[in-house]
Design a protein around this ligand. Structure first.
Ligand SMILES: [Zn+2]
Ligand SMILES: [Zn+2]
Length: 334
C-alpha cells in the first residue's frame, strides 16, 4: 500500500509500506477519506513529539477490506467510520464508564499507525457501520461531531436556551448545529468573517466577530439579559477560554472542548461571583451512533465544511491548506 510516513518534524514521506493484516478481533479498513485537524498539524510540525516513524491520521473512514477471527459487528464491503481511540477496559476509569479518560487509552494515528494510508488496521470495536445513504463527506465528519455531541450533552441544553459557541471552525460549526437540533438559539463568536457568514447560513441566529472587540455586549444583546445560558468553547486558545467565561450569564454553564496548550489568564472572580459551572469535555465515549443519527436525519449538514481535498501524494499541500484562513476541514483521499 501507499502511506504518508512521518519520520520527524515536517519530514513526511509518501512511500510504499507493507500491507497491514487483521489479527483476531481486528478490522482492516480501506481508507476512503481522512480528515486533518489541529492535532495532526501539531504532530507534523513537531510541537507534539511522537514515536517516529508514524503514519498519522485519526479522523478517517472507509470500507471494511477484511476482518480477523471473531469479528461480528461488520463484514467486508461495509462502509465504516473509525472511532480512533480505544481504552484498556480494565482500569478503574474504564470500569467506571469513563473510557475517554483511560490513562492507557490508545489513539490511532498518534500511538499506533493511522489513516493517512490506503489501509489501516483497527480493533473491531473502533469501527462503526455507516447508516445507509451517508456520503463519504458526511461520514468523515462523524468523529469531530461526536466530540461536540458530548460537549452539548454536558451543557444540558433545553429548548429555548440561549447558547454561544466560541470558534467557527469545524467543531464550532458542528456544535452550532447540534445546539440547534436540541432547540437552542445560538450566537457564534469567531474571528473570520467568511466563517461567521457560514455560521449564519448553518442556523446561527447571530454572530460576533472578535476582530471588532470582546463578545460580552453581543452575548447580552442576544440573550436579552446578563449573558447566555450556556457557552461551548471549541477554539482551544488561551484567549478563547478567557473570553468564553465572560459570555455566560450568572448561573450559566461553560463547556470547554478545545485543548488550550498554553495557560490561560482567567479572571476567576467572575466565575465565583456569577456561580458559573465550568465543565471540561474530553473527546467522546458513546457518541458515535448519535453523531451518525444526526447526519442521517439531516439535523447536521457538512457540505460546506469540507473545503479542501488532496490526494495522498499531495499531503504536504494538505498541511499547508489547514493553516489557510479559508479552510475549515481539509481531507486527504488515499
Ligand atoms: Zn482530530
Ligand atoms: Zn482504562
Amino acid at each position: 500500500m501507499k502511506a504518508a510516513v512521518l519520520y520527524g518534524p515536517r519530514d513526511l514521506r509518501v512511500e510504499p509500506a507493507p500491507d497491514p493484516t487483521a489479527a483476531a478481533g481486528e478490522i482492516l479498513v480501506r481508507v476512503r477519506a481522512a480528515g486533518l485537524c489541529g492535532t495532526d498539524y501539531r504532530i507534523w510540525s513537531g510541537d507534539r513529539p511522537v514515536r517516529y516513524p508514524l503514519i498519522l491520521g485519526h479522523e478517517f473512514i472507509g470500507e471494511v477490506a477484511a476482518v480477523g477471527e471473531g469479528v461480528e459487528n461488520v463484514k467486508p464491503g461495509d462502509p465504516v467510520a473509525v472511532e480512533p481511540n480505544y481504552s484498556c477496559g480494565a482500569c478503574s476509569l474504564c470500569l467506571e464508564g469513563n473510557r475517554n479518560l483511560c490513562p492507557r487509552r490508545t489513539a490511532v494515528g498518534i500511538d499506533v499507525p493511522g489513516g493517512f494510508a490506503q489501509l489501516a488496521r483497527v480493533p473491531a470495536r473502533c469501527c462503526w457501520p455507516a447508516p445507509a445513504g451517508l456520503s463519504d463527506e458526511q461520514l468523515l465528519l462523524t468523529e469531530p461531531l461526536a466530540v461536540v455531541v458530548r460537549a452539548v450533552a454536558r451543557a444540558e441544553v433545553g429548548p429555548g436556551a440561549t447558547a454561544a459557541v466560541l470558534g467557527a471552525g469545524t467543531l464550532g460549526l458542528l456544535a452550532l448545529q447540534v445546539l440547534r437540533a436540541r432547540g437552542a438559539r445560538v450566537l457564534v463568536v469567531g474571528r473570520t468573517e467568511r466563517r461567521l457568514d457560514l455560521a449564519r447560513q448553518l442556523g446561527a441566529e447571530a454572530t460576533h466577530s472578535l476582530a471588532t472587540g470582546p463578545g460580552i455586549e453581543a452575548a447580552r444583546a442576544f440573550a436579552g439579559r446578563e449573558g447566555v445560558d450556556v457557552v461551548i468553547e471549541t477554539a482551544g486558545t488561551p484567549e478563547a477560554v478567557a473570553e468564553t467565561i465572560e459570555l455566560a450569564r450568572p448561573g450559566g454553564r461553560v463547556v470547554l472542548t478545545g485543548l488550550p496548550h498554553e495557560p490561560s489568564r482567567v479572571h476567576f472572580f467572575g466565575v465565583v461571583r456569577r456561580d458559573l459551572t465550568l465543565i471540561g469535555s474530553m473527546i467522546y465515549q458513546d457518541e458515535f451512533p448519535e453523531a451518525m443519527r444526526l447526519l442521517r436525519d439531516g439535523a447536521v449538514t457538512v457540505g460546506r465544511l469540507v473545503t479542501h481535498r488532496f490526494p495522498l501524494e499531495a499531503i504536504q499541500d494538505a498541511f499547508a491548506a489547514h493553516r489557510q484562513p479559508d479552510s475549515i476541514k481539509v481531507a486527504v483521499i488515499p
